[in-house]
Design a protein around this ligand. Structure first.
Ligand SMILES: [Zn+2]
Length: 456
C-alpha cells in the first residue's frame, strides 16, 4: 500500500474513532426528505431496500407515522452523503455526465435510480442525485493529487481505482475533452453543464415533455456558429429556424395516431469542430393524447375509397410540406369563424367510417355556422392553394411560415386566390357544405412540420 493511501486510511480511522457519537446517531448514508404521500414501504422500494432495513437504519418501528419533512437516512450507499433530490434528464445527458455533474460514481447513481438500461436515459426522465458532495470524489481528489506527478492517467487510474474521467475532473483540467462514444465524454469547466453534447452547443431543450399525440413539440438549440442544426423527432425531420444569433427553434407536430412510447430526438450539429461526435440521439417519451372514439359514421363508399382519397391526401401533404423561412405571423392565431363557445367536433377523435374499423381520426376542428358565415384569416400568411377537391370540397390552404399552415374545407365560396397575401381578420371565404359532409360547417386544420395538430 502506498504511503499516501495508508495516511488516508489511518486518518479516516482516527476521525471515526475521535468524533464523539451523539445519542441520536443514525446509520450513514444520503438523506431522503419525506414528502406528502410517502410511506416507509414506498421509499424503501424506491431505493431497492426492504422497509424493515429502512426502519432499522432510522431507529423507527415499521408502523410509525412518517411526518412530511422528516429526514430519513437511506442505508446501503456507503460513502454517499447529502440530501437526495430529483431533477429531469436534459437532452445530451448520459450516466457519465450525470455522474460528473453530481459528483456520484456511476454505480451509486445507477443504484440510487435503479436504472435498468443506462444507454436509454430519456429526456425528461426523473433522476435522483445527492445535493452536496456526492460520494467520495473529494476524498479521492486529495489522495490523487499527491501521486499525480510523473504518472500517466492510466497508471494513476490503475493505482487509484478511479476512472479516467474522475481523474480528469480531479486534475482540474478546465477544457472539455472528447473521446469515443460510451467513454467519458466531457470534463466540466467550473459552472458549465456537463452534457455529452459538443462544446459549441450550450443547450438543447424540448417542450412539452412528454411529447404528446396531436401536439406541437418545440425543440430549441442554443449553439455557437452560423450553420443550422439538423435532426429528427421520431420519423419527422426538424426544420430549424434562427430566432436570434445562437438560438435555433424547430416546431414539429406529433401525429395524433403515432404509437405512444419512446421516440428518438436525433440532432446533428454541423458547425462543430474537433474529433468529437457532432451527433447525438436520445429517447423522448411520446404520450397518448387520450382522444375519444366517435360513433360509427356512414358515408358514401367513394369518399373513403383509397383510389380517391389517396391522391388528394398526397396533394395536400405536398402543399403543406415546405418550411418557409419567413415567419409571417405575430402573436396568437385568431379563430377563423365567429362561433367559438362550442364546437361540433374536436380534433383527434378516432373515427370509423361504415364500420370498417377505427382507422381514421378527425384531423381538424369543426366550427358551427350555416352556409354563408364568414371565414377569416387567423394570422398573416400567403395562400398556396384555393380550389375544389373531391373529399374536402372547396379548399383554401394558407402558409404562415416556419412550416405552419392552416387549411379550410367545405366552403361554399372561396374569396382568395393562390399567391394572395392575407392579413389576420381578413375574410377569405364562406362556410358551406361542399365535399364529404353531412351539413354545412367549417372544418379547420392546422399543420406543423407536415403533421396536423390540435388547432385549439
Ligand atoms: Zn371536420
Amino acid at each position: 500500500m502506498q504511503r499516501w493511501a495508508k495516511a488516508v486510511l489511518i486518518l479516516s480511522l482516527l476521525v471515526g474513532w475521535i468524533v464523539p457519537v451523539s445519542a441520536d446517531a443514525q446509520a450513514e448514508g444520503p438523506i431522503y426528505v419525506v414528502e406528502a404521500g410517502d410511506t416507509l414501504w414506498g421509499i424503501a422500494f424506491k431505493f431497492g431496500l426492504d422497509a424493515a432495513q429502512l426502519a432499522e437504519a432510522n431507529g423507527m418501528t415499521l408502523n410509525e407515522g412518517l411526518a412530511v419533512g422528516r429526514e430519513l437516512v437511506i442505508p446501503g450507499f456507503q460513502g454517499v452523503s447529502g440530501v437526495l433530490a430529483t431533477r429531469s434528464v436534459e437532452f445530451g445527458e448520459t450516466l457519465q455526465s450525470l455522474s460528473l455533474r453530481h459528483g456520484l460514481t456511476i454505480p451509486s447513481l445507477t443504484r440510487l435510480n435503479r436504472v435498468v438500461n443506462p444507454e436509454r436515459l430519456f429526456v425528461g426522465q426523473d433522476v435522483i442525485y445527492a445535493q452536496g458532495q456526492g460520494d467520495g470524489l473529494l476524498i479521492a481528489e486529495s489522495a490523487a493529487r499527491q501521486v499525480s506527478s510523473g504518472e500517466t492517467d492510466i497508471e494513476l487510474s490503475m493505482r487509484t481505482g478511479l476512472s479516467a474521467w474522475a481523474l480528469r475532473t480531479i486534475n482540474d483540467r478546465t477544457s472539455r475533452m472528447w473521446s469515443l462514444p460510451g467513454e467519458m465524454l466531457s470534463v466540466p469547466a467550473a459552472g458549465r453543464p456537463t452534457t455529452a453534447l459538443p462544446p459549441d452547443v450550450e443547450s438543447v431543450s424540448i417542450d412539452p415533455l412528454p411529447a404528446r399525440q396531436g401536439r406541437t413539440s418545440e425543440v430549441e438549440v442554443r449553439m455557437q456558429g452560423e450553420e443550422a442544426p439538423t435532426g429528427a423527432l421520431g420519423p419527422w425531420e426538424l426544420g430549424f429556424m434562427a430566432t436570434e444569433p445562437g438560438r435555433w427553434v424547430a416546431l414539429q407536430g406529433v401525429h395524433a395516431m403515432a404509437e405512444p412510447g419512446m421516440i428518438d430526438l436525433h440532432l446533428s450539429f454541423g458547425g462543430t469542430a474537433g474529433p468529437m461526435a457532432n451527433e447525438f440521439a436520445q429517447p423522448v417519451y411520446l404520450a397518448s393524447g387520450d382522444y375519444g372514439f366517435d360513433p360509427i359514421l356512414t358515408v358514401p363508399d367513394e369518399t373513403i375509397d383509397p383510389e380517391i382519397t389517396g391522391p388528394e391526401n398526397e396533394q395536400v401533404a405536398a402543399l403543406v410540406a415546405p418550411v418557409t423561412p419567413e415567419r409571417m405571423w405575430d402573436g396568437p392565431f385568431l379563430y377563423p369563424a365567429p362561433y367559438t363557445e362550442s364546437f361540433p367536433s374536436l380534433f383527434g377523435s378516432r373515427r370509423n367510417y361504415n364500420g370498417t374499423g377505427y382507422d381514421y381520426y378527425h384531423a381538424g376542428l369543426d366550427f358551427y355556422g350555416g352556409t354563408g358565415t364568414q371565414i377569416t384569416a387567423p394570422a398573416r400568411g400567403q395562400v398556396v392553394f384555393a380550389g375544389p377537391l373531391t373529399v374536402r370540397g372547396n379548399t383554401t390552404i394558407v402558409d404562415h411560415g416556419w412550416g405552419i399552415y392552416t387549411v379550410y374545407l367545405h366552403q361554399s365560396e372561396i374569396m382568395v386566390s393562390t399567391g394572395d397575401s392575407v392579413e389576420p381578420g381578413e375574410t377569405i371565404g364562406l362556410v358551406g357544405a361542399t365535399g364529404r359532409v353531412t351539413g354545412p360547417h367549417l372544418h379547420w386544420e392546422v399543420w406543423v412540420g407536415g403533421v396536423p395538430v390540435d388547432p385549439l
